[in-house]
Structures are given as C-alpha cells and as structure tokens.
Design a binder for this molecule. Sequence first.
Ligand code: NAD
Length: 330
Amino acid sequence: MRNGKVALVTGAGGFIGHHLVKYLVEHGYVVRGVDLKNPEYEDTSADEFMIADLRDYKQCLRVTKKIDEVYHLAADMGGIGYISAFHAEITINNTLINAHTLQAARSNGIKRFLFSSSACVYPQHLQRAPDVVPLREEDAFPADPEEGYGLEKLYTEKLCQYFTEDWQFPTRVVRFHNVYGPLGTYDGGREKAPAAISRKIAALNSGDELPIWGDGKQTRSFMYIDDCVEGIHRIMRSDHASPLNLGTDELVTVDELVDIIATIAGKLVIKRHDTSKPQGVRGRNSDNSRLRTVLGWEPKTPLRQGLIPTYRWIAERVKNERHFSGIAAE
Ligand code: NAD
C-alpha cells in the first residue's frame, strides 16, 4: 500500500541509490529517481526516472518539484584510486551538485532532506594505525579530512547545518562507512576494495597470485547494502539533524578480507602486495554509540554473510564477460 509520500532519490542510477529506490517503493513511497545515467545492471523500480545533471541549478529545480522528501546520494565518487587521483574534478562537481540540490530543495519547499556524507570527513591523524580507535561523530573537528572528496563532504555537512539553523530547513546527515553488496560497481576504476578483490579472485585460477593494493595490514569496516538502505530510512524518520555514523564496527585487515573472499570462492590465492598503489588511511572503524542511542538499531549483517551474495553476483558477471569475450574458450 502507498503511504502518500513522494520521495526523490538522487544518484538513483548508482549502487546505493538503486537499492534505496527499491526499498522505498517496497515501503509504500512513490519514488522519482534521478541520475546522469540509468542503473547499469538492473532496471529501476522507480515510478519515474529522470536523466539530469545536478551540477546545473535549473535541472535541480526541475527534479525537486512536487516532492516531499529528498534522499540525496548523487556524487562524483569512487574507490581510493579514483578519489586520490582527481581532486579538482571531484571537488568542483560535488560542490555544484550539493549546493544546487540543497538550494533547489529548499526553494521547492521539501519537507526533509537527507545528505549522504562519508567517513572520509574524519581527520587523517586519527587513522594512522591499523588498530584504530573507532571514530565518533564529534571527532570530525578539528578538521583534517581526506583531500578533495572528504573536504567537500564536510563542507556540505556544514551547509546542511546552516540551512537548518538559519532557514529551518530540515536536514539529516549520514556518514557512510564502506558499503558493499550485489549490483555495486566492480570494475572500471571506481570500485571499492570488496568488489575489486572479488572481481580479481573470480578471474583467477586456484593457486594464482593476487595483486593487493598496499601491504594488506590496513584495516576497515564494511556495511552490507541491505543494512545501509534500512539505516538511511530510519535516520530520515528520526529527529536527529546532526551527522550520524552508519557503518559496522567489525574491523578487518585487507588481508583478512581477501581470505574471507577466497574461502567463499573456494580458491587458494597467493597474495602479492603492491605498496606503490594508494591505500588510503591506515585504519578506519565506525563508533556506533550515537547511532544505537538515536535509533535503537545498528547494521547487523556479519561481513562473511554479506560477502557471499556479493561475491556470487560479481563472479557470475565475470564468468559471463569471459564467455562473451571468448576468453573462456582459450
Ligand atoms: P555511485 O557512484 O554508485 O552512485 C552515485 C551516482 O551519482 C552515480 O550513478 C552517478 O552517475 C550519479 N551522479 C554523479 N554526478 C552526477 C550529476 N552531476 N548529476 C546527477 N547524478 C550524478 O556511488 P554510491 O556508492 O551509490 O554512493 C552514493 C552516495 O553515498 C554518494 O554520495 C557517496 O559519496 C556516498 N558514500 C558511499 C560510500 C560507499 O561505500 N559506497 C561510502 C561513503 C559515502
């Protein structure tokens, strides 16, 4: 049954946006999706899908008309290789997208606006050891975020705060910590560690060497996509306006991540570390204390469990690509 609310999901052609559209439709919303492109791997479930470039204010005004809630996920983003390489392009694109979408949403009288921020806002000096102390929301200042992408996210978080304080425009800010799952980007340079490692393992034979970025000792926590979209919806429904972590606190090294995926694949892999590649901060984990207090809930899917459907989906795609490119016949 429809609940009478009309939601706009920006970035609905992307990984999280596509899953969120499905979740909101299943929960009774009428959903408009917007993106530069259609979803890559599966048709959208959105009632309406608009192609628009949100760097352009006029297009932002057009897509935010007759909408109750905006879930703003559109961004120029990618894994560590991508966000380390293109500071100017990423920063200018996201500055335009975020300022214009926020301003247009306010101008069109949107009732609630959720901004998808990132753990990349946290100071780099708090993330120099693999056994890192989990990051609390208040740790973001004094600021020393990831260059480009992280700095812009922090700026837009503040912009949301100012819109709320000065103009009573209701905003929610979610700081995602590494999201993974089926239908996520797994090749082309924008993919993140779980997808990149799954793709490489799917393509190799048992006993082959696996190239790994960094020395394998860097640590991260990873959140499964189903938890992510449920968390987004819960945070939108809450009364909490200031930034909230959304992630898990199950910390693993990159080598451990490789071992889990290799076990799922049933393959023996020989790790070959390449320390000339970007590896981001040394360690990063989410402190979910505030999330638990605000929502009485937190992401619950164990990494091993979420990686099973993720690996299977990527392995199937890799197998089909090899088949169609004729590699399977070699
Ligand atoms: P994604 O790249 O799959 O999706 C982003 C979408 O935004 C893409 O489909 C892209 O085409 C669209 N987009 C880019 N520029 C646009 C423009 N000018 N106009 C309209 N659409 C445009 O990324 P995702 O993983 O789904 O991430 C969604 C949001 O979550 C982003 O804001 C990202 O910064 C944030 N985030 C994601 C993660 C993660 O682990 N996936 C972690 C932290 C933060």
